[in-house]
Design a protein around this ligand. Structure first.
Ligand code: UTP
Length: 305
């Protein structure tokens, strides 16, 4: 039986970014998906900021071939800073430095995209024998919502695996991993924490055990690495993280889910990415007022036609 009720303080996050980003082609032919700008910042910067706000100071990016520009974004850029300095543009100097100040950011290479589970396994030597966080770039969590710290607290209390869950309309559950639960275990920071006794990948609505979808935040114990090594390629011939988590669940590792009820911006496909861009731009203090007025006028004119 693996040791699961550890309560190490979590200091490391792993962000896999090596996927092919096929839904955004041709934009992602040369530009990694996580560098596509949401308003004026790469989507990945929002994700790293979320980790930093949760107290994580060590972020490992699992990158693929040709993604060196991702590392450049999180590095200092002395030439650019000097140029802005010469212009006296203090605000932009701060904006340019910001990404490099969020955490110690390093990268490891996934040789080819063999699935999310394989990408997480690439982090094994960096993570070592500690629990850690995994964040996926398709979900941007609003800075005012604190699901990641709540998940880390749930891990300190229950050990094992902690997932982020979102209630979705039943007809949408087939796009996600789905959790079977035995009810609410506790409430943390205003979020319900449920005990999970089953995980099903992309079920048909009539077969789904609930309408709770697994979204892109995980707290994982180090036992996930041996489980991933033993996981055969599954759906899409990829090594699936869900399969390794289901194997740990079957071995008796506790699995809990924190039910997210806050503001989340889906940047995983083109339509949702557009909605996220509009929402986040409308909420910005600098751009928001003018953008909202334009948007209202645009929508009113469209409705008249
Ligand atoms: P997705 O399945 O969303 O794939 O992976 P994707 O490549 O981002 O997008 P599409 O579906 O082709 O448009 C979920 C996360 O896991 C990473 C991806 O970069 C994404 O952040 N991933 C996936 C890897 O790092 N390696 C893999 O082998 C697969």
């Amino acid at each position: 039986m693996p040791e699961t009720a550890r309560s190490h303080a979590i200091s490391k996050a792993v962000i896999p970014v090596a996927g092919a980003g096929t839904r955004f082609l041709p934009a992602t032919k040369a530009v990694p998906k996580v560098l596509l700008p949401v308003v004026d910042r790469p989507s990945l910067e929002y994700i790293v900021e979320e980790a930093s706000r949760a107290g994580i100071d060590d972020v490992l990016l699992v990158t693929g071939r040709g993604q060196e520009s991702i590392i450049d974004h999180f590095d200092r850029s002395p030439a650019l800073e000097a140029l802005l300095e010469a212009k006296g543009d203090k605000a932009r100097i701060e904006a340019v430095k910001h990404s490099a100040q969020l955490a110690a950011i390093t990268a490891t290479r996934q040789d080819e995209p063999r699935g999310l589970g394989h990408a997480v396994l690439c982090a094994a030597s960096h993570v070592g024998d500690e629990p850690f966080v995994v964040q996926l770039g398709d979900d941007i969590i609003d800075g005012r919502d604190t699901i990641l710290p709540a998940m880390m607290r749930a891990h300190a209390q229950f050990g094992g695996i902690v997932l982020a869950l979102l209630e979705v309309p039943t007809e949408h559950i087939q796009r996600y991993g789905c959790a079977a639960t035995t009810g609410v275990a506790t409430t943390l920071d205003g979020f319900d924490v449920v005990a999970i006794n089953g995980l099903v990948e992309k079920p048909a609505p009539q077969d789904a055990p609930s309408n709770l979808a697994v979204i892109g935040r995980y707290v994982l114990p180090p036992e996930i690495f041996p489980a991933l090594r033993e996981t055969a390629p599954g759906a899409g011939n990829e090594i699936q993280l869900t399969d390794a988590m289901a194997a740990l669940l079957a071995q008796g590792v506790p699995v809990h889910g924190v039910v997210f009820t806050g503001r989340r911006y889906d940047v995983g496909d083109r339509g949702d990415f557009l909605k996220a861009t509009v929402q986040l731009a409308a909420e910005r203090e600098d751009l928001g007022p003018e953008f909202r007025s334009w948007l209202i006028e645009y929508v009113n004119n469209e409705l008249k036609q």
